[in-house]
Design a protein around this ligand. Structure first.
Ligand code: ZN
Length: 149
């Protein structure tokens, strides 16, 4: 049986790993969407890139600098949303926000679960949600721009 202490340790290990070696950490020239995110409370700053085609997030990447939580969360996000339809990414964004601020969502959050402990530290919630808000802005903004054409 796995105790909650062991689980917490496992979660922290995953967060440390994603902070040390962030996945999809690069700028993207062929991005169709991009946005900057800034969390002044902590100083986290990042740019999220996405290549969307046929309503699907084909590629996603990020650059920037910030605390371990913001970097790990962005890295985990890129892995979680890659290849998913935009609507699914948006609903995952909502569930992620719920997981970090209210109660746990019904759905299995998979690897994103490792960030659920952040809920106990309200000051760090913005660090964990920054990448998601930024991706959300990137995706919705470009869609609005496309509408006016
Ligand atoms: Zn932070």
């Amino acid at each position: 049986m796995i105790g909650s202490g062991d689980l917490r340790e496992l979660y922290q290990e995953v967060i440390f790993d994603h902070n040390r070696r962030p996945r999809n950490f690069h700028a993207m020239e062929e991005a169709t969407h991009q946005a900057d995110g800034h969390n002044p409370l902590c100083g986290d700053q990042l740019t999220v890139y996405a290549r969307v085609s046929d309503g699907k997030v084909e590629e996603v990447s990020f650059i920037g600098h910030g605390c371990a939580i913001s970097t790990a969360s962005a890295s985990l996000m890129t892995e979680a949303v890659k290849g998913r339809p935009v609507e699914e990414v948006e609903s995952l964004f909502e569930d992620m926000h719920a997981m970090l601020t209210e109660a746990h969502p019904d759905r299995d959050m998979g690897k994103l679960e490792v960030l659920s402990g952040v809920r106990e530290f309200p000051a760090r919630v913005k660090c964990a949600t920054l990448a998601w808000h930024t991706l959300h802005n990137a995706i919705t903004e470009a869609r609005e721009t496309a509408k006016t054409e």
